[in-house]
Design a protein around this ligand. Sequence first.
Ligand code: NZQ
Ligand code: ZN
Length: 386
Amino acid sequence: MNAFTYSYPVKVYFGEKAAQKHLSGELAKVGTNVLLAYGGGSVKKNGVYNELIGILQSAGKTVTEFTGIMSNPTYAKVQEGAKLARAHQIDFILAVGGGSVIDCCKIVSAQAKLDRDIWDYEYAQHGQPTEFIPMGAVVTAFGTGAEMNNGAVITNTEKMMKSPLYGAFYDFTILDPAYTMTMPMKQVISGAFDSLSHSIETYMGFPQQVNLSDEINEATQRNIIRNIRASIANPDDMQARSELIWAAAMAENGILKIGKVTDFQCHMLEHQLGAYTDCNHGQGLAVLHPVLYRHMLPEAAPQFARLAVEVWGIDPAGKSEQELANAFVDALAAFIKEIGLPTTLAEMKIPVDTDYKAIAESTILTGGCAKKFIADELYHVLLECR
Ligand code: NZQ
Ligand code: ZN
């Protein structure tokens, strides 16, 4: 196992009615001016907005709304939020939504306190922001686990990059499975598949030798697979939603990463696909994973083979490591089909004239991937996904 230090800054309030039970206590610790951030309006339809605004008003807060945060949040939207936060002297940000709202606010919180352009500061000057507006997250769509980390994936439409920027950790997050019951089933599935992808990408890093983090990870993957199936079978299954919202957080709260260098090559490729096509993140991963993984045989065979047995229940008797590794990729591909995720870019309605070469050439190559990809091979992966 690699050497590590573990401590975690995000307090989690999990369970039904968690906002009613705990939000006012948290609000008592922060200043009067609150930025209430949300997306395109689902929170207004499902009653979450009304519930939260009631708690904010009872706590005597002056609320400024930052709305319309889109899926795959843009850098321009971050700047809009930072401007609003400065203009209203915001003391605290309450982000309400899925990964997009939660990510956008992490960078708003940093940019509002920084007098330089944060993209340039982090990428050109290699700076790390140190001052932030404190924040809380209320998760209404699970999957990314964005509430548990300080990385945000932001789309810079001028630079054609969908890239990580680093902001603050949330002081707390509210995970109420009841808030996720109105998620469209397509988003339940693509979000939960994203959590499965995070778990696999973490597992696939180095060292390849299995450790405690990996064994917890195997259980997390089995749990996600089981609860995706349960959610499809019964969309009202609150227990399944509870498991999925916590599994998403587990995949990103650092525990599965302890003692490991992670992979995340599939994510880097999907992010650039997103930069060029604005596609749904979980769906993009579903198309890319099996094709990319066939390119990673045989380098990743030891880990793939173990996943075949420990997660997918494939009988190892009489099979070589390579055969088991293949069986894992087959099982993953079959599962993607079974749960109705797309298996080609065409199914995702990605235009045929998409510049796949530019996507491949702008993709970050990760050090933790078992195979050392070059841009040209990633280009061929994309072509095979069409
Ligand atoms: O905008 P509204 O109207 O709220 O609708 C949203 C949105 O259309 C809807 N929704 C959310 N909660 C709902 C609901 N609809 C009905 N009922 C509810 N309770 O769901 C749609 C998708 O939301 P979004 O936040 O875009 O999805 P997701 O959570 O999948 O986040 C995706 C973003 O997170 C990034 C992705 O790249 C993408 O930009 N990621 C962030 C990560 C991180 N910071 O750790 C890791 C991930 O790998 C990922 O890259
Ligand atoms: Zn992801």
